[in-house]
Write a protein that binds this ligand. Structure first.
Ligand code: SF4
Length: 292
């Protein structure tokens, strides 16, 4: 198999089989991310994709799912992406669910009809690393799109019948803008109505512009308690009935289906954590994190 490091796969999706169809990230400018800093973006040559599919056909001929890598494969035009899905179906004829992650802006160059046609070839779930629905925050961390873009592109996925995930990056707005980030994100996410909302907490990794800004006093990170208050505010304002998952540092499990049925329970757990949680231990867990 042909993979370019770093290989990030969604751990909440089957992590086998994987197929690299692009390497790196076309954007590579989000202020909290160094994941693909040293990797030049390029589409994987079709010969390598076909080599990998031949290998997968020999070891997993009955595969029903496949996860496509890397950061944003859908940046490719419809005319370049469709043949990849056709090849997957040729070599793995029982495939039913194709998953990939991508950027919101990658959907702009595709019509609903094109997305419908990709769905017919198996593209069933897309994860969008949205991070915020608040325009000030999106600009502040250089995401490269606006809340209006998020609404418009997610509506296309809904119209095409493709399920999607949205992620909320707890803490990324810093102290001054924390509540706007939480409330406006929850409103935009609720409007988009994704099948899944995921949340993770900001860790300032070495080499990120946001860490440099924090060291210069230009960005004020949240304390662990403030992170929990922001997460609780986000949850309080989220009104879509999604699956909710979090890899927050708090020990209590907040993840599961039927968010609206569990919302009060999640808020109760977060209130308890805010009052009684071991913030020193949560800070320690965050310091040991290797990735968001
Ligand atoms: S967060 Fe995602 S879109 Fe932003 S630079 Fe990192 S990989 Fe690219």
């Amino acid at each position: 198999m042909h993979f370019t490091e770093p290989v990030y796969r969604n751990p909440y999706w089957p992590t086998f089989p994987l197929l690299q169809v692009t390497q790196g990230c076309t954007h590579n400018r989000c202020k909290f991310c160094t994941m693909y800093k040293d990797v030049r973006f390029r589409p994987q040559p079709m010969e390598l994709i076909e080599d990998d599919l031949k290998e997968l056909a020999s070891i997993a001929p009955h595969a029903k799912t496949i996860q496509l890598l890397s950061a944003n494969p859908l940046v490719m035009t419809y005319n370049k992406f469709r043949p990849i899905l056709e090849k997957i179906n040729e070599y793995l004829p029982e495939i039913e669910y194709i998953y990939t992650q991508t950027r919101v802006s990658d959907l702009k160059n595709k019509t609903v009809e094109e997305l419908e046609s990709l769905k017919e070839l198996g593209l069933r779930e897309i994860s969008l690393g949205v991070e915020s629905g608040d325009d000030w925050t999106l600009k502040r961390v250089n995401k490269g799109y606006t809340s209006q873009d998020i609404i418009e592109q997610c509506a296309k996925l809904t119209d095409a019948g493709i399920d999607f995930w949205m992620s909320f990056l707890n803490g990324v707005a810093g102290k001054e803008h924390s509540m706007d980030h939480a409330i406006n994100s929850a409103e935009i996410f609720s409007q988009c109505d994704p099948m899944l909302v995921g949340t993770g907490g900001l860790t300032l990794f070495p080499g990120t512009p946001l860490l440099e800004e924090a060291q210069k006093g230009e960005f004020t990170p949240l304390t662990e308690k403030e992170m929990l208050i922001e997460l609780k505010t986000f949850v309080e304002h989220l009104t879509c009935d999604c699956r909710f998952i979090t890899h927050h540092t708090v020990s209590a499990s907040l993840s599961g289906p039927n968010f609206l049925d569990r919302k009060d329970e999640i808020i109760t757990i977060l209130n308890n954590e805010i009052e009684h949680g071991d913030m020193g231990r949560y800070a320690e867990i965050r310091r040991n994190k290797q990735s968001l």
